[in-house]
Design a protein around this ligand. Sequence first.
Ligand code: NAD
Length: 486
Amino acid sequence: MVTKSSERILIANVLVSPAHYIGGQRVSSKKTFTVISPIDESVLGEVAAGGEKEVDEAVSAALKAYPEWAALGPKGRGVYLRRFADIVESRVEELAAVETASNGSLLESGRLRVMKRAAYNIRFFAEWAETLKGKSWESNGTQYSVLYQPSGVSALITPWNAPLMLTTWKVGPALAAGNTVVVKPPEWAPFTCSLLADCAEEAGLPAGVLNIVQGIGEEAGAALTQHSGISRISFTGSVETGRIIGKVAADRIVPASMELGGKSPLVVFADSDFEAAVKTALGQYDNAGQVCLAGTRILVEESIADKFLDAMKEGAKKIVLGDPRNIETDVGPLITREHFMRVQGFVERAKKQGATVAYGGKVSEKLGGLYFEPTLFVDIPEHAEILKEEVFGPVLTFQTFRTEEEAIEMANNTEYGLAATVFTGSAERAQRVRSAIIGGTVWINTFFARDLSAPFGGSKKSGIGREGGDFSFDFFCNIQTVAYKA
Ligand code: NAD
């Protein structure tokens, strides 16, 4: 099926282009791929499937637009980017509705938080770029300065669990840095990135500054990372894809930032605020567990473990699994049948390996479809896969520890290092445990607090590099040292 470049499809009452956005134009492809809604597995539409040709056109458009965009400087770009952010913000309702239809995330959370954060990502980095100072000093009669310069065309590749928010987390700083961009959105939820192109157009961003190439990762994504015209690759997604992209980047010596998966611990000491810790543990089912930062390994001090487990069981009964468009729903569906099968596979293997299901463990009898029950495993053999691999679904594990040392050892017993959450009433213990845990972000008595000026990224297999605040510009810019002798 060939999409027409002028065609729009109706998704959640919003007209969305299924075409690419290249050099300020909608561009179709001979090939398409089908996008399914997780809500009821109905077909949402056929989307243009780009390959080498479309990627080449997009990178060429971005290269053409680059000199003028870079020459505008942070203030000049800020005028466009603030307008861009305002327009994204003005379309929060539409964006949230389309995102929910595409990836099954909760409509209310999209409307109230996630889409606003997408707009804020653009505004925040536009403002940050204007205050970037670099450094300047004198040594041995020579004046040194460090300058942040644009670096060319950035390739931005994002996953489906929060497509618009994660895309603007890269688009914002890359454009603010003076780069032009080619985005490859996730093929399971490509539509809000298409709407982002509409917002860019309405904001008057010059043609070629922001380009979107839709398509399958192994085709469009691979062609993009391999293109000789790009100077940066910023990738968020799985470790497997990160490994492939890393090899391409290494071959071409292109800086690549990798925000990958996680298997984060949530450590609860007996001296913690019990209610807050239980609430946070149950909060790990948000977005049906399709959250990279989720603390999926619940580790509880033995003296409160029974009480904690009972409280989780009680709390889980109250979680409303259902249509993500309904305001009372807490947890929606998994994204696709393929992903559902993957999650189910993890659950079945965990049972076979001897783990016990405390609750959940299957598709909802009432709802069917892709609605997987919030699940908790207890009495898990040490070797079980469920303790090691990222499930990316509403599946948590529950383990107990006796001492602080044991808690730290268990928390670090993973190949991942994206985040960790620690609940304790003792500031000294918090400090000791925090310093021993290997993780890009450690939350103490809180979860998911994010400030965009703070570095974000993973240790160990959870990623390479940090983005956020100056760190985004350290990555997206060419950093130049000037040594000047008067
Ligand atoms: P994925 O790796 O399958 O896909 C991510 C993106 O990469 C998609 O756009 C896909 O089309 C593209 N892609 C796939 N193969 C490619 C290739 N060979 N070359 C170039 N691009 C390619 O990941 P996913 O299933 O979409 O997302 C889930 C994963 O993302 C989980 O592991 C999750 O933890 C991780 N994630 C990490 C963060 C973070 O900030 N660390 C945030 C969200 C999700």
